[in-house]
Design a protein. Structure first.
Length: 826
C-alpha cells in the first residue's frame, strides 16, 4: 500500500538530500563494504548477512523495520520513535525514542503505524521511584548521533543519556539488553497500553515479584482497517535473567497528557476497560534492580492467543539461551534464506551486491508467521496463519513471483493461510493487518497470489499441503460472491460481472462498500480474472475457462478512445451503468498533478483510480498488452507514449501499478529500450542509503521489484512467463531446495560499465541471445518458469553493445491473451 502522503514525496526527497545522515552509525556501511570486498576472494561458507544493510528504507517514507527478526518473524524488535514512523524506527535524529518493543510490521504505509505494543524504556531516576519519567511523553529521549547499529537478528540504539538498548529475537520471543552508565541504578518502565497508532481499548497486567515476571495483554485497533475491529495481544516479561538480576522496587503507574502522573509502589495489578472519554490511557509497570549492574537482560514472549502462551513461547524459544546464542541462531536462519540466491561476488558491482542482499533480506522479513497464534474466528484452525498480509495489491506483482523461484515451502504456507481465510470468512484476505481484515485496495489480489502458486507448483501442491480444489473454490468465491462489504474483502462482484466493468454510481441493494476507484478496480479485477482463467485452464474447467477468459478482457470496457492528453489518445476512464464515460483528466493524481485532491481510499476520491492517475493505470494490462497497443494506436505510438510517460514525470517508481511499465517496450518489440529504462529507474530511485527506496517498501513489494531488476528478469504474475531484461551482475545461481534444483544465470559479455543510470556507448548490456541448457531460444524477450527454474540448469544471457542489432524480440513477443498467448498451462 502506498501511503496517503505519497504525493508529498518530492518535498521529502529534497529535504532528505540536504540533510546530514546522523543515523545509523557510519560503521554500519563501512563494515558492509569491507565484507563485500573481502568476499571477492573468500573461500568456504559465505556469511550473507554481512552484506545486508537493514537500514535501507528507514527514511524517505520507506517504512522499513530494521529491527531484530528471524525470517517471517512475528517479533520484529526495534525502538519506537516520534514523528512519522509506521514501523517504529526511523533514522531522523530530530525525533525521540519512547521505548523498545517486540511487535512491528515492515514496509507498510499505514500512516500512524502498526503495533509497537509492550514497550520497555530504560530510565535513570536519580530522585528515586516516584520521580521516574514514566509517561509516554516524559520518557522520550534523543539518541546519540551516529550510533544506531543493526544487522540481521540484532538491533542496537544508544540514548543521549548513555544507555544502550539492544535486542535479538526468535519467532515469538526476544531478549532485550540494556547497558547503563557505570554506577547507576537501573530502572525499567514497561508499557501496558501504548501502541504506535494509539488505539488501546482495555487490558490488564499482573506483576509477580517473586518470579520476576510481568504478564500483560489487551485490545488494540487495526493500523489499516475499520476502527471498530480490535485485536488481542499478550506479552510475558521475565526480569531476573535466570537469577542473575534481583528486583528491587516494583509497582504500577498511570498517566495522561494533561498532568496525571501517579505511581503505586508495591502494587501488582492493573485492569482497564476501554476509556470512553478523553484520550488514550497511559499505564504500565515500573521496576528497579538491586545494586548497580551495568547490564540488565530481560526476556519477553509475545502471543496473540493468551498470556500463558506468551510465557510458554519465551520458555520454549529462548529458555536459558544467552543474548549471543540467540543472535547466532537468528543469523544462521538468515543465511539459510539469503544463500538461496548466490551472486558472483567477485565480479558484481559492490552497490549491486548490497542492494540485492538487502532486498532479499526484506523479501524474507514479512509476512509475519503467526502460525499457532490465532484468535477470533481462526481459533482451532489446523492451517498456517500469516499476519501482515498488507496488502495483496502490493505483493502479488513481484513478491510472490520471487518466492516461487526459491521458496515453494514458505510460499505454500502463505497460500495455505490465504485459502484458510476463505474457509473462515468466505473470501481470501486482501489486506490483513494486525490479525484483522483491512481495507481493500484493488480488488481480490489474493487471486493472483494463489493463482501464481497453482501455476508454478501444481504438481507439488499436494506434497506442499495445498488442495487445488479448495484453492479453486476460493478463487470462484472471490470472483462471483459479492460480500456484504467489499471494503474489507472480495469484490463488487455482482455489478462487475453484470456490466463487464465496475460502474460508477452503481445501484447496490444488499451490499456496501466505497464506490470509488471504478477504473482501477476494473483493471485489477480483470487481471485477477486472468489469473483465475489460467487456473481454470490448468484444472481443465473448460466452461469456467471461457467465462474467465472473457472477463480477463474486461479492461477494454473502461478504455475511452476519445480522451486525449498531451496529444495521446485513449485512456482508461470510469463509466456509468448506462455506458457513458465520465471524464477525469488523465493527469489527475499523477506525481505532477498540481491540484490538491484525494487519490486514495477517501470518499471524495472522484478520479476513478486508486493512488494513481489514468496516465499510470492505463498501462496496466500485463496479460494482453498486444491488444492495448492496438487500442493506443500501434507500436510506434505506444513507444512514444511510454517515453513521454517517463520524461514528463507521470511515472512513480514507488507505486505498484507502475512496476512493470518500464518493461512495456518489450511488447512493442523494442526490448533494448526496456533495458535502458530499467537501468535509469534503478539508479534514479534506489541506492544503499536509508532513503534508498522510492516509497513504502509495502511488505517488500519494492524490495522484490528491485531484486528482479538486478537479476535481469521480470515476472508476469499469475502465469509462468518471465521476461528477460538485462542482469546487473555477471552470474548468479538460484537454489530451490524443495525441488532440489539449481539454476545458474550467466550474463555472457557482461560489462560492469553498463551498470549505471545511462549505459555508455560501447558497454554491452543488450540481450543478443538467450540459451537455456544449451538450446538457443527463438525469442530474446521471454521464457517460461518450467523451461529451467523447475528443472534446474543453465541460462546464458548473451549481451552486446550493439543496440540496434538486437532491438527486437526475435521469433516471438512476450505473450498476450488476444494473440494466442497463455494457451497452455504447463
Ligand atoms: C582478490 O584477489 C585478487 C587476485 O586474485 C586481487 O587482485 C585482489 O586485490 C583481491 N581482493 C581482495 C579484496 O583481497
Ligand atoms: C545530533 O546532530 C544534530 C545535527 O545533525 C544536532 O542538532 C543534535 O543536537 C545532535 N544530537 C545529539 C543528541 O547530540
Ligand atoms: C548467570 O550467571 C552465571 C554465573 O555467572 C552464568 O553462568 C549464567 O550463564 C548466567 N545466566 C544467564 C541467563 O545469563
Ligand atoms: C478485569 O476486570 C473485569 C471486569 O471489568 C473482569 O471481568 C476481569 O476478570 C478482570 N481481569 C483480571 C485479570 O483481573
Ligand atoms: C554506491 O552508493 C553510494 C551511496 O549511495 C554512492 O555514493 C556511490 O556513488 C555508489 N557507487 C557506485 C559505483 O554507484
Ligand atoms: C511458521 O511457523 C510454523 C510453526 O513454527 C513453522 O512450522 C513454519 O515452518 C513457519 N513458516 C515460515 C515460512 O516461517
Ligand atoms: C487436464 O487434461 C489434460 C489433457 O487431457 C490431462 O493431461 C491433465 O491431467 C488434466 N488435468 C487435470 C487437473 O485434470
Ligand atoms: C465469451 O465471449 C465470446 C465473444 O464475445 C462469446 O461469444 C461467448 O459467448 C463468451 N463466453 C462466455 C462463457 O461468456
Ligand atoms: C448516463 O448516466 C449518467 C449518470 O446518471 C448521466 O449523467 C448520463 O447523462 C447518462 N447518459 C445517457 C446517454 O443517458
Ligand atoms: C498546473 O499545471 C498546468 C498544466 O501543467 C499549468 O498550466 C498550470 O499553470 C499549473 N498551475 C499551477 C498553479 O501551478
Ligand atoms: C507491433 O509489432 C509486432 C512485432 O513486429 C507486431 O507483431 C504487431 O502486430 C505490432 N502491433 C501493432 C498493433 O501494429
Ligand atoms: C546468437 O547466437 C547465434 C548462434 O550461436 C549466433 O550465430 C549469433 O551471432 C548470436 N547473435 C548475436 C547477436 O550475438
Amino acid at each position: 500500500m502506498a501511503c496517503s502522503t505519497q504525493f508529498f514525496l518530492a518535498i521529502v526527497l529534497l529535504f532528505a538530500l540536504t540533510s546530514v545522515w546522523a543515523q545509523p552509525s557510519p560503521q554500519v556501511q563501512k563494515r558492509i563494504s569491507q565484507a563485500i570486498k573481502a568476499a571477492a576472494n573468500a573461500t568456504g561458507d559465505i556469511d550473507y548477512t554481512q552484506f545486508v544493510n537493514v537500514f535501507i528504507g528507514t527514511d524517505n517514507d520507506g517504512d522499513v523495520c530494521p529491527g531484530a527478526s528471524i525470517p517471517f518473524g512475528m517479533v520484529k524488535f526495534t525502538t519506537d520513535l516520534t514523528g512519522y514512523a509506521p514501523a517504529g524506527y526511523i533514522t531522523d535524529n530530530t525525533q525521540t525514542v519512547r521505548g523498545m518493543s517486540p511487535l512491528h510490521d515492515s514496509g507498510t504505509g499505514a500512516g500512524s503505524g502498526s503495533y509497537g505494543n509492550f514497550e520497555v524504556m530504560p530510565l535513570l531516576c536519580p530522585g528515586g521511584f516516584d520521580t521516574c519519567t514514566t509517561s509516554v511523553e516524559a520518557r522520550e529521549r534523543f539518541r546519540k548521533n551516529n550510533t544506531d547499529d543493526a544487522s540481521p537478528g540484532y538491533f542496537s540504539l544508544t540514548l543521549d543519556n548513555g544507555i544502550q538498548l539492544e535486542a535479538t529475537s526468535t519467532r515469538r520471543a526476544g531478549l532485550e539488553r540494556f547497558t547503563f552508565p557505570k554506577k547507576s541504578k537501573p530502572f525499567l518502565v514497561l508499557d501496558l497500553a501504548n501502541d504506535l497508532p494509539g488505539t488501546f481499548a482495555g487490558g490488564s497486567m499482573t506483576i509477580d515479584p517473586t518470579k520476576g515476571r510481568i504478564t500483560m495483554g489487551g485490545l488494540w485497533g487495526s493500523s489499516w482497517g475499520p476502527g471498530r475491529f480490535n485485536y488481542e495481544a499478550f506479552a510475558c516479561y521475565d526480569l531476573l535473567n535466570g537469577g542473575n538480576q534481583t528486583l528491587d522496587e516494583f509497582g504500577v503507574w498511570t498517566a495522561d497528557t494533561n498532568g496525571l502522573d501517579a505511581k503505586g509502589l508495591g502494587m501488582t495489578q492493573l485492569n482497564f476497560t476501554r476509556n470512553l472519554i478523553g484520550g488514550v490511557y497511559e499505564s504500565g509497570a515500573l521496576v528497579s534492580f538491586q545494586g548497580t549492574p551495568e547490564t540488565i537482560t530481560v526476556r519477553v514472549g509475545v502471543s496473540f492467543s493468551s498470556a500463558d502462551q506468551a510465557c510458554a513461547n519465551a520458555e520454549s524459544e529462548i529458555g536459558d539461551a544467552s543474548f549471543e546464542d540467540i543472535v547466532a541462531q537468528s543469523k544462521a536462519l538468515w543465511n539459510e534464506k539469503l544463500s538461496k540466491i548466490e551472486l558472483d561476488l567477485a565480479h558484481t558491482p559492490l552497490n549491486v551486491t548490497e542492494m540485492f542482499y538487502s532486498s532479499l533480506y526484506r523479501a524474507f522479513l514479512t509476512p509475519n508467521n503467526a502460525t499457532d497464534e490465532v484468535q477470533g474466528p481462526f481459533v482451532g484452525t489446523t492451517h498456517h496463519y500469516f499476519d501482515s498480509l498488507y496488502c495483496s495489491w502490493d505483493t502479488f506483482r513481484t513478491f510472490y513471483p520471487l518466492m516461487a523461484l526459491t521458496s515453494p515451502v514458505e510460499f505454500s504456507q502463505i497460500v495455505d493461510s490465504y485459502i484458510d481465510a476463505w474457509r473462515v470468512h468466505g473470501w481470501m484476505p486482501e489486506c490483513r493487518a494486525n490479525h484483522l481484515r483491512g481495507w481493500t485496495q484493488g480488488g481480490s489480489s489474493g487471486d493472483v497470489i494463489v493463482g501464481h502458486f497453482a501455476m508454478t507448483y501444481h504438481d507439488e501442491a499436494a506434497a506442499l499441503g495445498i488442495d487445488l480444489n479448495d484453492l479453486y473454490s476460493a478463487l470462484l468465491a472471490d470472483a462471483d460472491q459479492t460480500p456484504p462489504n467489499w471494503d474489507i474483502e472480495g469484490r463488487e462482484a455482482g455489478v462487475y460481472n453484470q456490466f463487464g466493468f465496475v460502474p460508477a454510481s452503481a445501484l447496490e441493494t444488499n451490499s456496501v462498500g466505497r464506490q470509488t476507484r471504478e477504473g482501477s478496480r476494473t483493471l485489477e479485477y480483470s487481471f485477477e480474472d486472468f489469473a483465475i482463467r489460467n487456473v481454470a485452464l490448468l484444472l481443465n474447467k473448460t466452461s469456467d475457462f471461457e467465462t474467465f477468459n472473457n472477463r480477463s478482457l474486461n479492461y477494454r470496457n473502461v478504455f475511452d478512445s476519445s480522451v486525449k492528453s498531451d496529444g495521446f489518445a485513449g485512456f482508461m476512464q470510469k463509466r456509468f451503468m448506462n455506458g457513458t464515460f465520465t471524464f477525469t483528466d488523465p493527469v489527475a493524481c499523477s506525481p505532477i498533478d498540481n491540484v490538491s485532491r484525494s487519490c486514495s481510499l477517501q470518499d471524495d476520491n472522484v478520479v476513478g483510480f486508486y493512488e494513481s492517475s489514468s496516465w499510470e493505470y492505463s498501462w496496466f494490462v500485463p496479460h494482453d498488452t498486444a491488444h492495448l497497443i492496438q487500442l493506443m494506436g500501434g507500436n510506434d505510438t505506444f513507444v512514444k507514449r511510454l517515453d513521454h510517460f517517463f520524461e514528463k514525470g507521470y511515472y512513480y517508481a514507488g507505486n505498484e501499478p507502475s512496476f512493470q511499465t518500464p518493461i512495456g517496450y518489450h511488447y512493442a518489440n523494442h526490448p533494448t529500450q526496456s533495458v535502458d529504462r530499467v537501468r535509469d529507474v534503478v539508479f534514479s530511485n534506489f541506492d544503499i542509503t536509508p532513503a534508498g527506496i522510492p516509497g513504502n517498501d509495502d511488505q517488500a513489494a519494492m524490495a522484490t521489484l528491485l531484486a528482479f531488476h538486478l537479476l535481469g528478469l521480470y515476472p508476469v504474475p499469475g502465469s509462468t512467463e518471465l521476461l528477460v531484461v538485462s542482469p546487473f551482475t555477471p552470474k548468479y545461481t538460484v537454489h530451490n531446495s524443495f525441488l532440489n534444483v539449481s539454476t545458474t544465470v550467466t550474463t555472457q559479455g557482461f560489462d560492469a560499465r553498463s551498470v549505471q543510470q545511462t549505459i555508455p556507448k560501447g558497454a554491452a548490456a543488450y540481450v543478443a541471445n538467450v540459451t537455456i541448457n544449451g538450446a538457443r531460444l527463438a525469442s530474446r524477450c521471454h521464457f517460461d518458469f518450467y523451461d529451467v527454474f523447475k528443472t534446474g540448469g543453465d541460462i546464458i544471457i548473451e549481451v552486446t553493445a550493439d543496440k540496434s542489432a538486437v532491438d527486437d524480440c526475435g521469433a516471438s513477443l512476450p505473450m498476450s491473451v488476444s494473440t494466442g498467448g497463455f494457451s497452455v498451462a504447463r
